[in-house]
Design a protein around this ligand. Structure first.
Ligand SMILES: O=C(O)c1ccc2[nH]nc(Br)c2c1
Length: 162
């Protein structure tokens, strides 16, 4: 049983994230998506909401689990008995930060390795931040996220306006 984790903020999950998730699930016996509880950022969705959204939009992937975690990704990997950390690469601009994180994690945990999956070109420009900005200004984000996420983002901005 070769298990991998896929840590991230997923605020919210985009088609880019789902592309990486689906491909990782085809490579490993089990993939555990970990929503990072990061107190420094002011997310649009709570950790629980992000977990629930990911569970909904990945319900058709049998060897996938979704949960949340805090702290180091390597410790989360160990707690899941996973040997691999999956990270997506969209463009060369991602690489410097991701390489630094991967090298740091390698020093922190020799028993956990990082594997990069390059996102499909059609999603290489996507980020949760730009999706939220577009939605905030009333744009149609259905080409960036699943319909369920479109609805949740619309609901969230409607709540904020009250
Ligand atoms: O949405 C983001 O912020 C974000 C960041 C970094 C990322 N790497 N691969 C993917 Br898909 C990805 C998405």
């Amino acid at each position: 049983m070769v298990r991998a984790i896929y840590p991230g903020s997923f605020d919210p999950a985009t088609f880019g994230h789902l592309d990486v998730i689906k491909r990782a699930a085809e490579l490993f016996d089990e993939v555990i998506v970990g929503v990072l509880m990061n107190s420094e950022k002011s997310p649009l969705f709570s950790v629980e909401e992000r977990v629930n959204i990911l569970k909904k939009v990945t319900a058709d992937i049998p060897n996938l689990k979704v949960t949340s975690f805090s702290g180091l990704s390597v410790n989360f990997a160990r707690s899941c008995d996973a040997k691999v950390i999956i990270r997506g690469l969209r463009a060369i601009t991602d690489f410097e930060y991701e390489l630094q994180m991967a090298q740091t994690n390698r020093v922190l945990a020799r028993d956990v390795d990082t594997m990069f999956l390059t996102t499909s070109l059609e999603y290489a420009y996507l980020s949760s931040t730009t999706v939220k900005e577009a939605a905030y200004f009333g744009a149609d984000i259905s080409k960036f996220v699943p319909e369920y996420v479109v609805e949740k983002v619309r609901e969230k901005f409607a709540q904020k306006e009250k």
